[in-house]
Design a binder for this molecule. Structure first.
Ligand SMILES: [Zn+2]
Length: 197
């Protein structure tokens, strides 16, 4: 019932996470009403997104081999904040309450498959960084979910041989809540009031 390009765009939007058919229709209709310049810019951004890379040091999104945070000499090199996904970095950066650097795990461990899931996470790279980069503190900022807590405990054990400070973000965040969606004040207090693990 829609013209072909319209129909195709709706199906693209529907394939995105959290977008249902109704929402997809509304988005495409919205785009249809925008001026040429805005649409061209939008199309260009879509084209450019695949040129982005994954930072080879921390696994954040990067424009080159290293992300802007890893390249920033003003960051505190001795502190690493371990997060699940790049979006968590964006949320924490927004608070401006953390001056160290990050390490993205790329997910969390699942209780049922404790050991099989550990492999694809960037845990070996984290341990290597602690050895190579003279890290003094690791903040475990996985989400306060069952999986996030399990992963934090697993990491704590893995970090014991290094004899460094290991902290966990405070319980300011609601249990089961996501760092990504936390408001800035809650997130700032979760980082500031982190506890030794
Ligand atoms: Zn990086």
């Amino acid at each position: 019932m829609y013209p072909k390009p319209f129909e195709k765009l709706i199906s693209h939007f529907t394939s995105l996470p959290s977008v249902g058919p109704k929402m997809a229709e509304r988005l495409v209709l919205y785009l249809f009403k925008q001026d040429q310049e805005k649409l061209e810019d939008f199309a260009q951004c879509l084209e450019d997104i695949h040129k982005l890379q994954i930072c080879k040091q921390c696994f954040h999104i990067a424009e080159g081999t290293l992300c802007s945070i890893c390249m920033d000499p003003r960051r505190d090199m001795a502190v690493l904040c371990v997060v699940e996904e790049p979006l968590d970095i964006i949320a924490i950066e927004r608070t401006r309450s953390f001056q160290g650097r990050y390490h993205v795990l790329g997910g969390v461990m699942e209780p049922a498959k404790k050991n099989s899931v550990a492999a694809p996470l960037h845990i070996p790279e984290l341990l290597q960084r602690i050895e190579d980069e003279n890290i003094k503190e690791v903040i475990l900022a996985t989400n306060p979910t069952t999986e996030g807590d399990l992963t934090a405990l697993y990491l704590k054990k893995k970090l014991e041989p290094f004899h460094i400070k290991v902290t966990r973000i405070a319980r300011g965040l609601a249990t089961g809540g996501d760092i990504e969606y936390a408001d800035e004040i809650t997130l700032t207090s979760a980082i500031t009031n982190r506890k030794d693990l």
